[in-house]
Design a protein around this ligand. Sequence first.
Ligand code: NAD
Length: 357
Amino acid sequence: MNIAVLPGDGIGKEIVAEAVKVLDALDLGLEMQTALVGGAAFEVHGHPLPDSTLRLAKSADAILFGAVGDWKYDKLERPLRPEQAILGLRKHLGLFANFRPAICYEQLVGASSLRPEVIAGLDILIIRELTGDIYFGQPRGRRTAIDGHFPGSEEAFDTMRYSRPEIERIAHVAFQSARKRSKRVTSVDKANVLETFQFWKDIVTEIGLQYPDVALDHMYVDNAAMQLVRAPKKFDVVVTGNMFGDILSDEAAMLTGSIGMLPSASLNATNQGLYEPSHGSAPDIAGKGIANPLATILSAAMMLRFSLNQEHAADRIEVAVKRVLSQGLRTVDIHSVGTRLVGTAEMGSAVVTALKN
Ligand code: NAD
């Protein structure tokens, strides 16, 4: 089992170190190789996704990814910005299905900004399509961008597009995932205004006919954003496009208390996957040793389950995380009165101890 470890920038290095510590403690004989990505790679190789990193990622069974980005790269032309490394990995590895479970741990009900009765017991799965939509449209405004600016331009534009096969395969993933859960899929679109999303809605409906045991409903994205905070437990599996999924999954993250708790998996057709926390590189707290490593540790659990067939080891990590939360240990993002404030490394070590016991 070969794993490419790509810590990236900001808190990426700190949180990935804790996930590696947890994986090591499981003694599964994993082969882990580390490489630079994002701003860290740009500094050394002049590119956020150097060939050596891409080769390592392609040859691995799974990729454990931290986060990339820093404000200091905002002036770089777009292809050289750290975030392009993720888009590049998704494209080169064909990672089209992004799974973002939003689970509200019983111990963290009080950490959410919503009332406990609204989020207690929440367990929803947002499935975001990753390879189409406006993020990969052509042409892009950058053709006129020099040094991050658009001299003499009066407009910039991006085009939204989806192909039939792209929608079909993500719809299949959603219906199959729903079969393992409560057998309900909500497809989120903006079919009332956008042709791309009328096309999306028609095709998801068509694929749904092959899954008569799964209930399908459709919702406009503005309504979905509202329902997610009004009555999030009404959802089970939510499937949507690249941009709406980007936004809704961050909104769902906050239902659970902190974005520092949310893992994610991005899979291709052969179950090779990239596993990363849902949050970014958090430059505001980088280097302080206070970031929450649990989203990355839980991403490592998803990696064991989805790409490496190590269901039991994945369960062990998830149980250990619940145990440290029950012990009252909290990083600063989920800390409240009556709990014990710990740093990144202490939280990682507590998960290791819980695993061993
Ligand atoms: P962010 O997710 O990095 O941070 C948002 C807020 O959440 C910050 O206040 C941060 O301190 C806090 N936070 C995030 N993760 C945390 C954790 N584990 N523990 C405690 N607090 C945490 O989003 P941002 O500030 O909008 O972006 C910062 C950089 O990250 C940008 O360069 C952005 O492009 C990049 N980014 C990268 C990814 C990725 O690598 N997949 C995703 C989103 C943003």
